[in-house]
Design a binder for this molecule. Structure first.
Ligand code: LHQ
Length: 252
């Protein structure tokens, strides 16, 4: 470990902090390896419920470090498949509820890694940028798959073709970000949100994630059947039984 991604826990919340602040947390291969390992470490820890991904210093991340580009164009495809795709797929399929805490600019692949988390929140001064077109590239790290689904084809096209930096409030209006918090309160708000999520039934959270992710490839009939199956499982959980008992005990 070179300490390019910090790993911390507080109760059932793991926080992964991209930690190359002098380089705006831009990604290198060793850093992506550390990120993958940290994501796996959180997945394997049964005491955890929530994973928060954030950046140290003034940026979330500037995306791929342009000083550490592969020497050949074929090499670009290799690092996308070997370094970026495993991060995106691990985040999208993670056992924990994943929260991107976008503390500052999130550019290129970093924006799309943030979007791959279950929930994204942003500091008021943060921004998201599909920077790729500015350097003659297409969105990667899952961007071409995620963007049309999150913001619709019309916005996805505009984001990708302009490369505009989208301020947090506009990103929220577009559907890329759930909540925007004042900069001064950001860390505390993220912590409060994470702890609140961590208190929810892990069974329900797992099944919510599975049902919503799977819906993207399902028709309505398939999805209704999936809901029936997964809801039966949720209804068999202690969390459901206890919540109903509490409700009835109040005499309502
Ligand atoms: C940087 C970077 C950076 C190195 C700022 N690299 N130094 C994956 C795999 C393989 C191939 C290709 O693609 C990909 C996916 C990608 O992620 S491609 C997209 C890569 N990212 C970008 O193109 C974003 C470039 N950066 C920016 O647009 C801005 O720097 C942002 C919006 C991140 C921040 O803007 P500011 O707050 O105004 O900061 P700045 O521009 O002044 O940057 C500060 C320093 O950081 C500066 O260096 P200096 O020595 O002048 O202080 C930048 O050169 C350096 N830096 N991004 N990606």
């Amino acid at each position: 470990m070179e300490g390019l991604v910090r790993y911390g826990t507080a109760g059932a919340v793991a926080t992964l902090t991209l930690a190359r602040p002098g380089k705006l947390n831009a990604f290198t291969r060793p850093m992506l390896k550390e990120l993958r390992e940290a994501i796996d470490r959180a997945e394997a820890d049964d005491t955890l419920r929530v994973l928060v991904l954030t950046g140290e210093g003034r940026a979330f991340s500037a995306g791929q470090d342009l000083n550490h580009m592969p020497e050949t164009s074929a090499g670009v495809g290799v690092i996308l498949e070997e370094d970026y795709a495993p991060v995106v797929t691990r985040l999208m399929r993670h056992r924990l509820v994943t929260v991107a805490a976008i503390n500052g600019p999130a550019a290129g692949a970093a924006a799309n890694i943030a979007l791959a988390c279950d929930i994204a929140v942003a500091a008021e001064s943060a921004s998201l940028m599909q920077a790729f077109v500015r350097i003659g590239l297409i969105p990667d790290a899952g961007g071409t798959w995620l963007l049309p689904r999150l913001v619709g084809l019309r916005n996805a096209m505009a984001l990708a073709l302009t490369g505009d930096a989208i301020p947090a409030r506009e990103a929220q209006a577009m559907g890329m970000v759930y909540r925007v918090f004042p900069d001064a309160a950001f860390a505390a708000e993220v912590e409060a949100l994470a702890q609140r999520l961590a208190a929810h039934s892990p069974v329900a959270c797992r099944l919510i994630k599975e049902s919503l992710r799977d819906s993207l490839g399902n028709d309505l009939t398939t999805q209704l059947a999936l809901e029936a199956r997964l809801q039966s499982e949720a209804a068999g959980s202690d969390a459901f039984r206890e919540a109903v008992a509490r409700f009835l005990a109040k005499g309502r």
